[in-house]
Design a protein around this ligand. Structure first.
Ligand code: ATP
Ligand code: MG
Length: 201
């Protein structure tokens, strides 16, 4: 048996990984997003496009977390998910954050059982608060980020895009699970890896 005391002075800093909790999307929505991005890009609009395979519906951004907390976060997600039955959402319209006078983030909105989505997000927020993760101050607005605008965007082009997609909608899709993602930021874009998925009730 090894009875050597812990060498406290040589302990490594806790390992941290960047993480977030999200709803993953079906291929049909990714395909729709790919088409819209190509259409907007072909009109000459400049943006940093999110790769369609990376698009997701963020429920909670955690940032850098100690790897020792991963199991606890997964159980917090389980506690939240078992309270909510599967529900349906769809993608609709294009919008911008923070607003159309200062567009920075280009996103697809949502339709369908938004009440269930909000309940799920609230439960996750509450469970994660028990683990010490600060609650988001801004009200939750479920969205799918499809592009980011660098610098000054031509407002007339933005307004034309929003009008063009005002009545646009994808097929509805079933939300059956919540995924805990690891995010690695690289010069070629973010790499997301699932650390665990939890089925809804
Ligand atoms: P990049 O930072 O390279 O543009 P990304 O934003 O997609 O990539 P992350 O920064 O790891 O990747 O973020 C993961 C998800 O969490 C994204 O959906 C992002 O919009 C969201 N997110 C990031 N920071 C915050 C934040 N401070 N509050 C709320 N959501 C956030
Ligand atoms: Mg980011």
């Amino acid at each position: 048996m090894n009875t050597k005391p812990l060498q406290r002075t040589h302990q490594k800093a806790p390992e941290k990984i960047r993480t977030f909790i999200a709803i993953d999307l079906p291929e049909s929505v990714r395909t729709a997003i790919r088409t819209i991005q190509a259409d907007i890009r072909s009109s000459g609009f400049k943006a940093k496009w999110v790769r369609p395979e990376n698009v997701h519906l963020t429920l909670k951004f955690l940032g850098d977390v100690d790897t020792h907390l991963i199991a606890k976060i997964n159980s917090a997600i389980q506690t939240s998910a078992k309270e909510i039955a599967p529900f349906h959402l769809g993608g609709r319209s294009i919008g911008v954050f923070p607003n159309s006078r200062r567009p920075r983030v280009l996103w697809m909105g949502l339709f369908g059982q938004i009440g269930a989505l909000l309940r799920l997000q609230k439960k996750i927020e509450a469970q994660l608060a028990l683990l010490g993760f600060a609650k988001e101050k801004r009200t939750f607005t479920g969205h799918l980020t499809i592009g980011r605008i660098k610098g000054k965007a031509p407002l007339r082009q933005v307004s034309r895009i929003l009008t063009q997609y005002e009545t646009y909608a994808t097929e509805p899709f079933a939300v059956k699970e919540v995924t805990f993602f690891k995010s690695q930021l690289t010069p070629d874009g973010a790499i997301y890896t699932g650390l665990g998925s939890t089925l809804l009730k």
